[in-house]
Write a protein that binds this ligand. Structure first.
Ligand SMILES: NC(=O)c1ccc[n+]([C@@H]2O[C@H](COP(=O)([O-])OP(=O)(O)OC[C@H]3O[C@@H](n4cnc5c(N)ncnc54)[C@H](O)[C@@H]3O)[C@@H](O)[C@H]2O)c1
Length: 350
């Protein structure tokens, strides 16, 4: 299996190691910035590099490609790759708009190639444990869920006024909203946006808002909420966590940077805290993965590897991938609605 990577930025190394983990050879990379493509190819020992995606598709005989560019380019690159018969792994979000997503879905219908989307936080170790415990009935029937993302105000993307995230609908929020939305969808089902609130507490001149709250509703009146702040204390800090409420208790899972799980039962206080032991287990498993691989620079994401492995298995006839294009589509649909409301608030305030 020969694989190419398009976009050689922060996330791309995770794709190289994930593909290598399933036994594929990453043989080509492409970036519009020639120096970036060259440095990335050297760092990861990849033989061929390009600045034109069409040229990479034509000259390399690729089984699949990973799209790791800013979201604005995902749809067109995916369509071109699928039309050339390449399977596609696309970073979140699937696309920026549902209009773009419709075009990719049409192309998929007329192609034998397949596509998956990296909804990585769903498969962080704490979330895998949450799913297992919910299936075992640990907190009864789910009635609600909150996802929180707390950034300090010097978070690298937000504090770079020229960052591509500011060219997305919803600005900085448009970049990170896919994560909480797909997490909520996985546990609550199809979501409807009920209310969007924004606020500005900090002084960053190019961020119209730095606080976001969203209320969403799912079937059976289950409520999902999203809380994103760029005013958390500390420097260059990001915390991602979720609270899940059930008829028989609640769970709090730390997703990033610390994977943790606390289960609370009414009348019994904290019933289970899987933090210290869990951290040690995760640390050991990462260490053994790194030691076993030694294939490239040390950036390995077990979640990317899991999604790509399930995708390859699905291509060879072994079930569905963990993330289907339809799941990617549904997330774009909800993020698009939230971002439309953020833009509306922005216009009405100016
Ligand atoms: N799953 C996760 O946890 C996770 C984490 C980080 C980023 N992401 C996603 O990954 C994607 C990339 O993010 P990043 O932080 O690595 O971005 P980045 O800015 O670090 O890198 C993007 C690279 O793409 C290149 N590029 C831009 N347009 C291109 C084009 N048309 N053709 C070829 N190359 C092009 C740029 O020159 C740059 O080198 C985004 O969709 C982002 O949302 C996901």
């Amino acid at each position: 299996m020969k694989v190419g990577i398009v976009g050689c930025g922060d996330v791309s190394g995770l794709h190289v190691n994930a593909w290598r983990d399933v036994g594929a050879s990453v043989t080509a990379v492409c970036d519009i910035n020639e120096k970036t493509a060259m440095q990335f190819a050297e760092k990861w020992r990849i033989p061929s590099r390009h600045t034109s995606f069409s040229e990479m598709l034509q000259s390399e005989d690729l089984f699949a490609i990973s799209i790791c560019t800013p979201p604005q380019f995902h749809a067109n690159l995916a369509i071109e790759a699928l039309e050339s018969g390449c399977h596609v792994v696309v970073e979140k979000p699937f696309t920026v708009t549902t209009k773009e997503a419709d075009k990719v879905m049409d192309t998929l219908q007329n192609s034998s190639a397949r596509l998956t989307v990296i909804h990585s936080q769903l498969f962080e170790p704490s979330m895998l444990r949450v799913m297992k415990r919910i299936k075992a009935g640990a907190i009864g029937r789910i009635v609600g869920m909150n996802v929180g993302i707390l950034h300090s105000n010097d978070e690298p993307m937000a504090s770079d006024r020229n960052h591509w995230c500011y060219r997305l609908p919803g600005g900085r929020f448009g970049e990170n909203l896919p994560h909480p939305v797909y997490l909520l969808q996985a546990f609550l089902g199809k979501l409807k946006v009920k209310s969007v609130f924004t606020d500005k507490l900090g002084s960053c001149p190019w961020m119209p808002f730095d606080e976001l709250r969203v209320i969403l509703e799912a079937d059976e009146k289950k409520i999902g909420t999203i809380y994103i702040s760029f005013n958390a204390p500390g420097s260059q800090k990001t915390d991602v966590y979720t609270d899940i409420y059930g008829t028989g208790g609640a769970m709090q899972a730390g997703i990033y940077p610390v994977s943790s799980l606390i289960v609370t039962k009414p009348g019994r206080g904290i019933w289970l805290a899987e933090n210290v032991i869990h951290q040690i287990k995760i640390g050991l498993s990462y260490l053994s993965t790194i030691l076993a691989k030694q294939k490239g620079p040390r950036s390995f994401s077990a979640t990317h590897a899991l999604i790509i492995r399930s995708f390859v298995e699905s291509i060879f006839g072994n079930g569905e991938p963990l993330i289907t294009p339809e799941m990617g589509y549904e997330t774009v649909h909800v993020v698009e609605q939230i971002c439309r409301q953020i833009e509306k608030i922005s216009v009405s305030k100016n």
